[in-house]
Design a protein around this ligand. Sequence first.
Ligand SMILES: Nc1nc2c(ncn2[C@@H]2O[C@H](COP(=O)(O)OP(=O)(O)OP(=O)(O)O)[C@@H](O)[C@H]2O)c(=O)[nH]1
Length: 332
Amino acid sequence: MSISNNILHHIENFTAQRDKELLAFSLLKSIRNILSPAQSSIITLNKRDEPTMEITLTGGDRCTFNHSNIELSPEVRKSIDYMNAWHLEEFVDAYEDHHLSIHLLKQSRQHAQYLIVTLDKKPSKSENYIIKGMLSIYSNFSSLLIEAQTDELTGLMNRKTFEESIVKLHNNQNTDDSSQNDQSNWIAIIDLDHFKSINDNYGHLYGDEVLIHVSRVMQHTFRMDDLLFRFGGEEFVVLMKHRTKQECEDLLETLRQNVQQIQLPKIDAISVSIGACQFQEDIFHITLIDQADQALYYSKQNGRNRVTFFDHVVSEGLAVDSQVHSGDIDLF
Ligand SMILES: Nc1nc2c(ncn2[C@@H]2O[C@H](COP(=O)(O)OP(=O)(O)OP(=O)(O)O)[C@@H](O)[C@H]2O)c(=O)[nH]1
């Protein structure tokens, strides 16, 4: 393939992706194709400069996402510190037997994302030129994707993205081995209590502020790999991965309490009602959302400001059976 066809092929690959993770995967594949690096990865650091996510391309075409125990080598740490100190967007450091090439992909107040490439030899001028072009296409397209997936008011993911994520999580559940150690995936619906009266008494703009506060508290309470959505109106959804029921309960209880501690002018306290259920691979995701919703309804009917799991609704004999099993229908 000629160089220009090759580049077009990479651009085509990028712009075909509708998912941030697949886009990162595409970038790593392109880098491998052009530079044949010894190693390449994409690292995300939080505002305290701690690594929170690492995406690597392993042998073949497998991409791995790591969210815990990420170790940055002293070389990488030193280079990133240097880039931060001098506000550099790229940096190449030469070592005896390799070159370390680091590129800043994205930077916001919350996160910074870097492409880290280890090469046996220094990249040529033309290789550098191609990589730079590729990275700016990646970064422009990635911004467009993020914009399309984000709820404008709260910055959480929007409902359209929720539908894609829940289907993906449901499909991944079949290949997941987390069930072996009591861990599972969970879905919770979080709904503000008496929100209409907040809007009615203090106005819609004030109501919007409350929604922003609650979404911030959610972001602080949950883990980086939990998926947070504004489902619509005053309703939020969280998809929690690889947790025991106890961990999930504790976390939702912490969220409930954290929301009560939000300090707002004019109002003493706000609260949320929460309904949760466990992902089960043989139950269609529409049914799972319905189960979480029934648990939420129970919370609302029993005093609000509480967390209910669907199995409690079942044990009370109040569950309405609307089970759809995988394969029965195809809604999304
Ligand atoms: N400020 C603001 N309000 C919204 C938005 N979307 C929906 N709402 C309002 O959210 C309120 C939801 O009210 P209800 O569904 O009656 O629920 P509630 O008053 O919270 O009552 P419970 O859920 O039973 O505790 C309505 O007043 C909507 O107008 C939004 O984006 N911003």
